[in-house]
Design a protein. Structure first.
Ligand code: OSB
Ligand code: MG
Length: 380
């Protein structure tokens, strides 16, 4: 995006906000999602519902109810959004002013992103434009990628990869952990020699495992995501020095400055941007631009979102810099039914279309929302 568009976005004014609610939903996963840190059987998501000028904007917080992936939880996000962020949001002020005030609150990027997403969707709806247009990007088809959780057997893993290949996903990511790594990758690679394949360890290893991780170099993986722990940017730079396979950071990156540190140290050659993890869409676009200018590949991660957060990730991927397929997969990969009416589907070449229409281009199905709602609370 032209830098002028980012400042244009920052100059947008916050509309009057008549009513704000928290809504928590809990949806069963089609298949438990296993990682080295936790196996999740359900998606429990905190949603923010904002009414402005008679229109309703939804946003989704990417935090889990537990602090196992990162430290924020749906509980901390409610607290920070209600008690610290929303009081800083003054209708009539600009988006840039509000986001600047958010810097006074340290950390809590997921909470900040939830509010920023809701405000931008409100503004897009009010102006009658799609979110990606408000962000400054033309419509385009998005590449797809799938994240396959840990499986009990290699046969089950191979089945999951085979169905992803049949659907034409542009790349497949498989979760690994100690004891389920080299031989499991070998099994997939032998059966799918040409597949764009990568692995994600969610921080299960330490530098002592460097020689073990070197065994992955023979498989031609596109990258190894977050092999070391969530704060180990420096240790990743030491590991990258010992590997041919590019490293990708996820958990370690929360801000633009984390990204500049990681790139300066050559701690990674690819970046996973989860807009929720880095505090929202504006920070994501800043990071994507910087990475692109430094020859670093970027893709959009996912947090097994419902259709609301998934739509945000799709709009974001129209931005310059998102050069690689991300973790954006079909709704049916996660849920038999979602709370929104428009399921995400791949076309026959594996691409995903941006939902057309103003704002996110999606509509929440009131019946399904009631069916999966476990808590609702008026904030304002
Ligand atoms: O590490 O990228 C991760 C899901 C939850 C928490 C962490 C991660 C993930 C995924 C799934 O890999 C991404 C998705 O399909 O949305
Ligand atoms: Mg990851």
């Amino acid at each position: 995006m032209p830098e002028s568009s980012q400042s244009h976005l920052e100059q947008q004014r916050i509309p009057p906000l008549e009513r704000i609610d928290f809504v928590t939903v809990k949806l069963p996963f089609v298949h438990p999602f296993g990682t080295s840190v936790q196996t999740w059987t359900h998606k429990e998501a905190l949603l923010l519902r904002v009414e402005s000028g008679g229109r309703v904007a939804w946003s989704e917080c990417v935090a889990d109810p537990d602090p196992f992936y990162l430290s924020e939880t749906t509980g901390t996000a409610c607290h920070i959004i209600r008690d610290f962020l929303l009081p800083l949001v003054e209708p009539g002020e600009t988006v840039g002013d509000v986001l600047h005030k958010f810097h006074h609150v340290r950390g809590h990027e997921m909470a900040k992103a939830t509010v920023e997403n809701a405000l931008l969707v409100c503004i897009a709806l009010q102006r009658g434009v799609a979110l990606h247009t408000l962000l400054g990007w033309p419509e385009k088809k998005i590449m797809s990628g799938i994240s396959i959780g840990l499986r009990d057997t290699q046969a089950e893993l191979l089945d999951a990869v085979a169905s992803a290949v049949a659907k034409k996903y542009h790349r497949v990511k498989m979760k690994i952990k100690k004891g389920k790594d080299v031989e499991w990758v070998r099994a997939v690679r032998e059966r799918f020699p040409d597949l764009q394949l990568m692995v994600d360890a969610n921080g299960d290893y330490t530098l002592d495992d460097a020689m073990h991780l070197q065994k992955l170099d023979v498989f031609g993986l596109t990258m190894i995501e977050q092999p070391l722990s969530y704060s180990d940017i420096y240790q990743h730079s030491l590991l990258q020095d010992q590997l041919h396979t590019p490293l990708c950071l996820d958990e370690s990156l929360h801000t633009f400055n984390d990204v500049t540190t990681a790139i300066a140290l050559d701690a990674c050659r690819v970046i996973n941007i989860k807009q929720g993890r880095v505090g929202g869409l504006l920070e994501s676009m800043r990071i994507a631009r910087f990475a692109m200018e430094h020859g670093i590949g970027v893709w959009s991660g996912g947090m097994d979102e419902t259709g609301i957060g998934r739509a945000v990730n799709i709009h974001l991927q129209t931005a310059d810099g998102f050069s690689l397929p991300g973790d954006t997969s079909e709704t049916l990969n996660y849920f038999t039914e979602d709370i929104i009416e428009q399921p995400v589907m791949l076309d026959r070449h594996g691409f995903i279309s941006v939902p057309p229409g103003p704002g996110l281009g999606i509509s929440v199905d009131p019946q399904r929302l009631m069916k999966y709602m476990i808590h609702a609370e008026r904030v304002r």
